[in-house]
Design a protein around this ligand. Sequence first.
Ligand SMILES: [Zn+2]
Length: 291
Amino acid sequence: MLINPARLLSQAREEGRALAAFNIYNLETLQGVAAAAARAGSPLLLQASPATVLFAGAKYLAAMARAAAQTWQIPVALHLDHATSFDLVAECLEAGFTSVMYDGSRLPLAENIANTRKVVHMAARYGAAVEGELGQVGSAYLNPDDELYTDPLQAREFAEATSVDMLAVAVGTAHGVYKGEPHLDFARLAEIAREVKTPLVLHGGSGIPAAAIRKAISLGVAKVNFGTELKIPFTKILMEELAQLGDKSPERFDPRKYMAAAREAVEKVATAKVAMCWIQTAQRSADYDSQ
Ligand SMILES: [Zn+2]
């Protein structure tokens, strides 16, 4: 059974912690993040982008997420990240996703509200949660444009008009690998949090220092998305493992061996992210505080 993460997220916001939301790509990345969450005693929030759904298939993703919940006996939610198509939202809800993001951030406000409301109605039929986005979280390859940051009063209007369960905000983070040190607009985040009681979502969590992540969480962020920081070590370790196989005989080409190493790399990163987001200050080990 997969859970709707809405209540967990509201509770997390009240408690000053957040769920690390992990973008997964295949069985091994899913297993890596699941082991990390379970071993830390944290619920698991898995997410798949539209490109991942296209690659892996909504039904496979839902089945693998259910298998993680059964294996580890922890609450697991499966979220569709950055959907812009109603058809994809419908397909994922039907497959068993328990949460969906509708990304209308590039649309005019009224259209973003109308489309997000439509998705809220679609999700309600499945008992699933909805994330909306206001302001634009861009790509880390471009300089963040504060013109596209979330306006606190508009955020309130959006949250009230749509009744989303979580709201993605643009406050200086971006998707991909940051060129320099990212600067978060904490004053704006605090203002948004004053206007909006809905759990806030920070996209582009990869590469943001732990201290900044924690500060964002203390200001109302209850979900922090991590994708890039998982797929880079997964791929790097895989490349190293495969390079080592170079001149060995093909009989030794064993996916169970090289995939295991890549999966461990994902688990290691995810463990640090869970400690950063979910585990409350008093429980954090000195190791993580020094990262
Ligand atoms: Zn995102």
